[in-house]
Write a protein that binds this ligand. Structure first.
Ligand SMILES: C[S@@+](CC[C@H](N)C(=O)[O-])C[C@H]1O[C@@H](n2cnc3c(N)ncnc32)[C@H](O)[C@@H]1O
Length: 286
């Protein structure tokens, strides 16, 4: 599949699911933004680019930190995410936060303009993270920083992996021509490969490459956690791509997931699972 197909998948297949489970997806993004916050100080008046900004929560949060003398540009390829982001920006009165509906790999960005390029769980879904990183680097000032938050290996992320294992007991893995949203959540998990991608994009200096382990929220109840895993993430993709077989096996998969996810239920009824991500900070040459 090419880049346009990935972008079509975000707009046509994933959008309703992401809107439905936004509280989980964005809530978990926030957990990791909090981890990255102290590592990348953002000064008042700074100019920040947010790549693959989704609903724009991180743009608003960074917007509050840079203040009205600064600026934030969020770039995303999914129309409905940005429509929501724009409404929330207007409600917050954050006029210095702007959004651009575009492919971050090739959109035109002002050269040498930004102090920081930020991407929370964004670039690893792009067809070519290197192209997007190269594009972002050309928009950074000399000495400007890049901050990436990307998932670590599948095996380090039981929050996603345990449901995938259940789906694979009943269904085949998605084939080569699967309708996917890109290389996928774990495509930047290997440290050496990701360091190589950064170097290929021109980021010679890496200041910080560190793992963070957090429990992430999988549902307000076991029932919601099961819905989440059968519709979103690696297990959701396996079930969707299996077509009729996926529909046939769904009751058994749901039953197994209910049993499994019940073991991760907290006393307040919520379901949480272990996850792990890299927080990476690189620097454009001065
Ligand atoms: C996992 S979501 C992360 C969203 C947000 N950063 C967050 O943490 O909540 C990945 C985002 O990347 C966007 N995306 C995927 N490919 C893209 C591309 N080529 N250009 C711009 N955005 C892209 C998707 O639309 C989606 O909003």
């Amino acid at each position: 599949m090419d880049n346009n197909e990935f972008i079509r998948c975000w707009n046509e297949i994933l959008t309703p699911k992401w809107v439905r489970f936004r509280h989980l997806l964005s809530g978990n993004g926030q957990t990791y933004s909090d981890a990255a916050r102290d590592i990348v100080p953002v000064e008042t008046g700074a100019r920040v680019l947010d790549i693959g900004c989704g609903f724009g929560e991180s743009c608003l949060e960074i917007g509050a930190r840079v203040g009205p003398t600064g600026e934030v540009l969020g770039v995303d390829c999914t129309r409905e995410f940005l429509e929501i982001a724009e409404k929330e920006r207007d409600a917050a009165g954050a006029e210095h936060v702007r959004y651009l509906l575009a492919d971050a790999q090739e959109c035109e960005l002002p050269k040498g303009h930004f102090d920081l390029a930020y991407s929370r769980f964004g670039v690893m879904f792009f067809e070519s993270a290197v192209r997007a990183l190269r594009n972002a680097r050309s928009a950074l000032k000399p000495g400007g920083r890049l901050c990436l938050i990307v998932w670590r290996a599948r095996s380090e992320n039981p929050a996603w992996n345990m449901a995938r294992d259940v789906a694979l007991e009943y269904l085949p893995p998605p084939g080569e021509s699967a309708m996917t949203c890109g290389p996928g959540p774990f495509s930047m998990a290997a440290e050496e490969t990701t360091r190589g991608m950064l170097a290929a994009a021109g980021f010679a200096q890496i200041d910080h490459f560190k793992r963070y382990d957090e429990d992430i929220w999988l549902g307000r109840s076991v029932e919601e956690a099961v819905d989440y895993q059968v519709l979103v993430g690696p297990s959701g993709e396996i079930i969707r791509e299996a077509g009729e077989l996926g529909k046939d096996k769904l009751p058994q998969i749901r039953a197994d997931l209910t049993e499994l996810l019940s073991k991760h239920q907290r006393p307040n009824g919520e379901v949480w699972g272990p996850s792990s991500a890299w927080v990476i900070v690189a620097r454009n040459a001065a």
